[in-house]
Write a protein that binds this ligand. Sequence first.
Ligand code: NAI
Length: 716
Amino acid sequence: MSAIRYELGSDQILTLTIDMPGQSANTMNGAFRDALSETVARVQSDLDTVRGIIITSAKKTFFAGGDLKELHKVSRADAKAFEDMVNGLKADMRALETCGKPVVAAINGAALGGGLELALACHHRVVLDNDAIQLGLPEVTLGLLPGGGGTQRLPRMIGLEAAFPLLMEGKKVNPKAALKAGLIDDLAESVDEMITKAREFIDANPKCQQPWDQKGFKLPGGAPHHPAMAQKLAIAPAMLRQKTKGCYPAPERILSAAVEGAQVDFDSGSLIETRYFAELVIGQVAKNMTGTFWFQLNDLKAGGSRPAGFDTETFSKVGILGAGMMGAGIAYSTATRGIDVVLKDVSVENAEKGKGYSEKLLAKKVSRGRMTEARKAETLARIQPTDSASDLEGCDLIIEAVFEDSGLKAKVTQEAEPKLVNNGIFASNTSTIPITQLAQASGKPENFIGLHFFSPVDKMQLVEIIVGAKTSDETLARAFDYVQQIGKIPIVVNDSRGFFTSRVFGTFVNEGISMLAEGIHPSSIENAGLFAGMPVGPLAISDEVSLTLMQHIRAQSKNDTEAAGGVWEPHPAEAVIDRMVDEQGRKGKAAGAGFYEYPENGKKHLWPGLDQLFVDNDKAHAVQLQDLKDRILFIQAIETVRCLEEGVLRNIEDANIGSIFGIGFAAWTGGAIQFINQYGVRAFTERASELAARYGERFTPPGLLVEKAEGNAAFV
Ligand code: NAI
């Protein structure tokens, strides 16, 4: 069976329905390329009888995009053959585009990557008007570029400037937004209306040629050499490099493909695009990103660390204790996925305020045309604010997000737990207190678990599920189902102070602060953090967390270590934090002063006092950025290996995904463990030993790493 159904109607309209056998979605693989080639040959021989062509899909989605499995395998040696293959595919798309007859894409579902590029090669695009449908060119988010003509057609359709966010940020849009952006031409309320509109276009346009194939075509918004455009383009590479720190080549290649392509005819531009595409496909960054964001993320979503043997649970009523920043966010993320929420705080007023947070976010969606008023009202009606524990009766799950105080947490657990349905789950969103300790207040510790959300909850996709000593596998499986039901990414960690994410994150922050203790200039430290790919420098983030909270967490850890008979090894960062708080009274951002100054009417900037207190000019001048950057990445990767070694983490997927989504570890590395693999386990271990000799034992390679290095094995 061909992947493309060929149906020439009595009205001489040819419908090409893409329906790839044995696949749930259409993808641009070998079977599709062969089918397209055969189809194009057949169209050419039938051209006299064909009045127009409609391309649609028999799947739920229109077309999912490129075949990442295939792309992931392409090696440097295959580059030429890969370019030929891509150019062959594009020549077939081009043959349809230039056949002279109108070609319409009738888009019945998501059209992403190569799928949208196929639609862009058509003369007209009608899309089913359904908010759940996504259109976009997300290749850049995997370190790739839209190599099926996207960097050439989109700028020719809507102009370079308008095309850049779609090409370089991989922004996905719904049909209404796509229409506004000029990505598509028309919307339809039903499949029948979509086909009718496609036919009407064909009737009205018996001959069709793309604007860029017509004489005198001018690039909308101005050609690259137009003075205003040239001025913007001149600074664009530098601006991009500031964002990518030269570590993430895809956006720069997209810029080059689009700008160079816009200065030549379409077919030459298409060849330029293929060359850049091949360069990215064979490069390490795309391998890291497709490996982690596609294969590992899909494994994780397909079950990951969820114990097998338990039916999938669907939650219908969730109780949330504490309507503060976290509770309000969890309520929003739960209610928007169709689950009833009871939001409890100490007063109805507090609980209402928590619900107000959802109202604000939903109103924003409505004002942007991304949600209807009716849907907003329906979602809000699902959140019941209360101050009474009896309203929690019948919840399948209760999540506690009250103040970080173990006494208070014990009290609310004992009050709320009896209201759960039989076998209901009680979860804590604690950020620092061990789950096993909190479970002591529970009458059913096997049903007690940690669900560690990140702030802001509506934006942060990761949830760290923490398994206490007595948590049952069934509870873990069901908690995993809840996280997936609300559309977030679950990683599973065993109980440990700081769990996984906070523990590794702490090493990043402390490493940055210890550089200050060594006399390194604060701006070099912040730069090193950014160049290592972290979203914020270690000093800025310390201010956000608050230096007093860091002191508090350290005191707790020290107590625990000593109570367990251990000896506390002070970190070089500690003395800096103590001087800042105890001597200088600079406690962090919330207190208005920390490593940074926060002027009321100006931009925050590093506190000049740091220079006098810490900077050693001899050191500050001798320091190498690469060294600082390595320290920031290595210390986190080493701590991640320790988490694997100690069984805090159960697998590599959780480590890689958790480090990117929870800590902000640079996405282009593919995550903390992939960073080690890419560096080479042996080379990484040698470099870690070198850092240990210079900066302290914290860099000493853990046994698991040494073992891998000796066996010359990667983490898989
Ligand atoms: P918050 O201070 O904004 O909110 C706490 C809420 O709990 C307040 O509204 C308070 O009135 C309410 N509350 C106090 N006693 C209560 C009781 N007996 N019954 C019901 N509600 C009660 O705190 P936030 O930031 O939302 O943190 C909550 C929990 O989440 C803490 O355990 C924190 O460690 C954890 N967490 C915080 C993160 C953050 O970024 N803020 C990130 C991850 C976890």
